[in-house]
Write a protein that binds this ligand. Structure first.
Ligand code: NAP
Length: 485
C-alpha cells in the first residue's frame, strides 16, 4: 500500500470555445483525487449558454473544415498524435490525479489514445464513395460521402482521454467539427488534450470543450438543430435518456454503453493463460472498465485449480495511490462507487458465496479503496451476477457444460464484451458463435485496438468505434443519380 502524493499542482482549468479559453468568471467545479480526497483542479460550471456558443462556433468552423482535403485534415491529426506522445507523462499524471488510475495504466491509456488519432489520420484517405452500374444507358449512379456535421461528444470518467480520442480521431478525419462534454468527475485530461490541439494549430471552432452541468449542456445539445450527431460513451441509463431526447430532431447516434462481461474458462484451457486473462480483464482500472469481466464461469474439471491460482495472484496485487509506479489497483472513483462494491459483496456473502480473497474496504489516506476480491460459489440470484459492479470484485460460478455457459452468459440485457478460454479451436468457435456480445477475447483479456471495431449488442450500445466502421459513423451516404440526356 502506498501514500504517494500526486505531482499535479492545483490549477484552474478553463473551457475552450471558438479558439478562446473561457469561463473563469463562472462558478467553478472542484475535481478531487479519489486516492485522498484532495482537490487537483477546477473547471467552469458551464450550462446552456456556453454549450450553444460552442455549437455556433463548431457550425461556423464546419463550413471550412469540411472543405479541406482529407490529406490536410490528416496532417493536423498527425501533429496531434506526435504531440500526445510528447506529453505522455504530463497527461498520465493529470489522469491519475483526477480519477485514480495507476500511473502505469495512465501512460498506457495515453499511448492507446494516440493510436486512434494516428490511425484515423491515415484512414481518412480511404473515405471512398461508390459507383453503381446503372440499369439504363443514359444514367450514372454514384454514392458520395459527406461528413455528418457538428458532433457532440459526451465522455465518461473511466477513460478520460481514450474515449475522447476514439471519437475525435474519426470525427475530425471525416470533416466534422466537435463540441466536447467530458465527465465532471475527470474533465482535466480532456482540457489538456484540447490545449495540445490548440498548440498544433487546429483552426478555431473546430474543437470546442464545455464543462459543467450535464443536464443543462445535454439539453442545449439536444435542442440545437445544428448538432447533427451525438456520440456518447457512458452508462446504459443515461444512454437511454439521450436516445429518447434525440428523437425530436432525429439526430445521428453512436452509443457506447454499459457492460456485464462473462469470462468462460473451459476444462481444456491453459490455466495460467486463463488466470492472466482474468487478472487483465478484471482488475484493470480497479475493475472500472465497461469490458471488465464481471462474471466468471469455470468448468468443473478446472474450477478448483483456477480458483486457487487466481485468488493467489489477486492477493499479490498492490493497492494504493496510483501516482506510485508500483501500484496495480487504485481507488474507486468516488464514495458511491465504493458503496456499490460493498453492497454487491455483502449481498453475495449473505446468500452463500465463499470469500477467496479480499472482501474489505482499505482505510488509506482518506481514499476510496477496496481490496481486490475473489468470491466463489456464486449463483445467478446474487446482485454481483446481475449488474455491472464497476469495482475490483471477481465472482466465480462453477459450470458443467458449454451449453450451461452459453445460457448463463447470454442471460443479460447487456452485450458488450465476453471472454473465452479454451485450447480447442472447435469448442471455442462453436461457443463464440452462440455468444451475443460485440467483442470477444479468446485466450485474450485485452482485446481493444484502434483498428478493430469496438461496440456492444443489445443494451450495450448502437454502432462501433475503432476500425473503418468507426469512421463510417461520422459520414452520410448521398446517392446521386446523374441523367445524361
Ligand atoms: P454516465 O454517468 O452515464 O456519464 C457519462 C457522461 O454523460 C458524463 O460526461 C456525464 O456528465 C454525462 N451525462 C450524465 N447525464 C447526462 C445527461 N442527462 N445529459 C447529457 N450528458 C449526461 O457514465 P460514467 O459513470 O461517466 O461512466 C461509467 C459508465 O460508462 C459505465 O456504465 C461503463 O460501462 C460505461 N462505459 C462504456 C464504454 C463503452 O465503450 N461501451 C466505455 C467506457 C465506459 P457528468 O459526469 O458531468 O454528469
Amino acid at each position: 500500500m502506498s501514500l504517494t502524493q500526486s505531482k499535479v499542482e492545483l490549477k484552474k482549468y478553463l473551457m475552450h470555445i471558438n479558439g478562446e479559453w473561457t469561463g473563469k468568471d463562472l462558478d467553478q467545479l472542484e475535481v478531487t483525487n479519489p486516492a485522498n480526497g484532495r482537490a487537483v483542479g477546477t473547471v467552469p460550471n458551464g450550462g446552456e449558454a456556453e454549450a450553444n456558443e460552442a455549437i455556433e462556433a463548431a457550425h461556423e468552423a464546419f463550413q471550412t473544415w469540411s472543405q479541406l482535403t482529407v490529406y490536410e485534415r490528416g496532417g493536423y491529426l498527425k501533429k496531434l498524435h506526435q504531440s500526445i506522445l510528447n506529453h505522455e507523462e504530463e497527461l498520465a499524471q493529470i489522469m491519475t490525479a483526477e480519477m485514480g488510475k495507476p500511473i502505469k495504466e495512465s501512460r498506457g491509456e495515453v499511448g492507446y489514445s494516440a493510436t486512434f488519432i494516428e490511425w484515423y489520420a491515415e484512414e481518412g484517405k480511404r473515405i471512398y464513395g461508390e459507383t453503381i452500374p446503372s440499369h439504363v444507358g443514359n444514367k450514372r449512379m454514384q454514392v458520395w460521402k459527406k461528413p455528418v456535421g457538428v458532433v457532440a461528444a459526451i465522455t465518461p470518467w473511466n477513460f478520460p482521454l481514450a474515449m475522447l480520442a476514439r471519437k475525435m480521431g474519426p470525427a475530425l478525419a471525416a470533416g466534422c467539427t466537435i463540441v466536447i462534454k467530458p465527465s465532471s468527475e475527470s474533465p482535466l485530461s480532456a482540457v489538456k488534450l484540447v490545449e495540445l490541439c490548440e498548440e498544433v494549430g487546429f483552426p478555431k471552432g473546430v474543437i470546442n470543450l464545455v464543462t459543467g452541468s450535464s443536464s443543462k449542456i445535454g439539453k442545449a445539445i439536444m435542442e440545437n438543430d445544428k448538432v447533427r450527431k451525438i456520440t456518447f460513451t457512458g452508462s446504459t441509463e443515461v444512454g437511454k435518456t439521450l436516445i429518447k431526447q434525440s428523437a425530436d430532431q432525429v439526430k445521428r447516434l453512436s452509443m457506447e454503453l454499459g457492460g456485464h462481461a462473462p469470462l468462460i474458462v473451459l476444462d481444456d484451457a491453459n490455466v495460467d493463460t486463463a488466470v492472466k486473462g482474468a487478472l487483465d480483464s478484471k482488475f484493470r482500472n480497479t475493475g472500472q472498465t465497461c469490458v471488465c469481466a464481471n462474471r466468471i464461469y469455470v468448468q468443473s474439471g478446472i474450477h478448483d485449480e483456477f480458483v486457487e491460482k487466481f485468488a493467489a495472484a489477486v492477493k499479490k496485487l498492490k493497492v494504493g495511490n496510483g501516482a506510485d509506479d508500483t501500484i496495480e489497483v487504485g481507488p474507486l472513483i468516488n464514495q458511491s462507487g465504493l458503496e456499490k462494491v460493498v453492497h454487491h459483496v455483502d449481498d453475495a456473502l449473505a446468500k452463500g458465496a465463499k470469500l477467496e480473497a479480499g472482501g474489505e474496504r482499505i482505510s488509506l489516506d482518506g481514499g476510496t479503496f477496496y481490496a481486490p476480491t475473489v468470491i466463489s460459489n456464486v449463483d445467478p440470484e446474487m446482485i454481483v451476477m446481475q449488474e455491472e459492479t464497476f469495482g475490483p470484485v471477481a465472482p466465480i460460478q462453477k459450470i458443467e457444460s458449454i451449453e450451461e455457459a452459453v445460457a448463463l452468459a447470454n442471460d443479460t440485457p447487456y452485450g458488450l464484451a465476453a471472454y473465452v478460454f479454451t485450447e480447442s479451436v472447435a469448442k471455442g468457435t462453436k461457443l463464440i458463435e452462440q455468444l451475443n456480445f460485440g467483442i470477444v477475447g479468446w485466450n485474450d483479456g485485452l482485446p481493444s485496438a484502434a483498428q478493430a471495431p469496438f461496440g456492444g449488442m443489445k443494451e450495450s450500445g448502437i454502432g462501433k468505434e475503432g476500425g473503418h466502421e468507426g469512421l463510417e459513423a461520422y459520414l452520410e451516404s448521398q446517392y446521386v443519380a446523374i441523367g445524361l440526356d
